[in-house]
Design a protein around this ligand. Structure first.
Ligand code: GRF
Length: 186
């Protein structure tokens, strides 16, 4: 039986699409989104990938949403949970239950520029090199053990937009590669 990847995504979904295109023949892939307006859902439809919406806005509070997500994840029994632009913070009990089986991608060279808008933060800071980090998810925001990094040089002629494009290009190459490597070792 194919190993199973659950992708959690809330937004655009370009990483989701890159992962699907590179790995769909080898692994079973399912998308879960908390945002019913997210473009990633359209991508899942276009690519014929199984998806489910757990609409965050339908829940009275964050705890109830997280409980539902946890139930779902336990039922799905994924080998790996891949965060790809997932805009909510996972509670400790989910992180602990799936310890070393949840990974995230962050568009900077961690531990620099944690949190939101990392590409802009690096650009505004004026660093000459930034990049992409893939890490295990632990209980600290963007703080888990680093699995892989790749560097992007910021040239003087780069704009924020061109830098974003460079970073995403690297993400789309690196994330599927790292996911495959982790799953092959399991
Ligand atoms: C990526 O830049 C990723 O590093 C960050 O969120 C962004 C998601 O982009 N965590 P997309 O939705 O995959 O296009």
């Amino acid at each position: 039986m194919k190993k199973k990847i659950i992708i959690l995504a809330s937004g655009n979904g370009s990483n989701f699409e890159a992962i699907v295109n590179k790995l769909r023949n080898k692994y079973s892939i399912k998308l879960i989104s908390e945002n019913k307006e997210a473009y990633v859902l359209q991508r899942a439809i276009n690519l014929y990938v199984d998806y489910e919406i757990i609409n965050y806005k339908n829940f009275e509070n964050r705890d109830l949403y997280n409980k539902k997500l946890f139930e779902k994840l336990k039922k799905e029994k994924p080998d790996l949970i891949v965060l790809a632009g997932y805009m909510k913070i996972l509670p400790d009990y989910i992180v602990d239950f799936f310890s070393k089986r949840i990974i995230n991608i962050h568009p900077s060279l961690l531990p620099a520029f944690k949190g939101l808008n990392a590409i802009k933060k690096a650009y505004d800071y004026g660093v000459k090199y930034t990049g992409v980090t893939i890490h295990y998810v632990n209980n600290e925001l963007d703080g888990g053990e680093i699995i892989a990094q790749d560097i992007v040089k910021i040239e003087t002629e780069d704009t924020l937009h061109s830098l974003e494009e460079k970073i995403h290009k690297i993400e789309h190459k690196l994330y599927p590669k790292v996911i495959d490597k982790i799953l092959r070792r399991m």
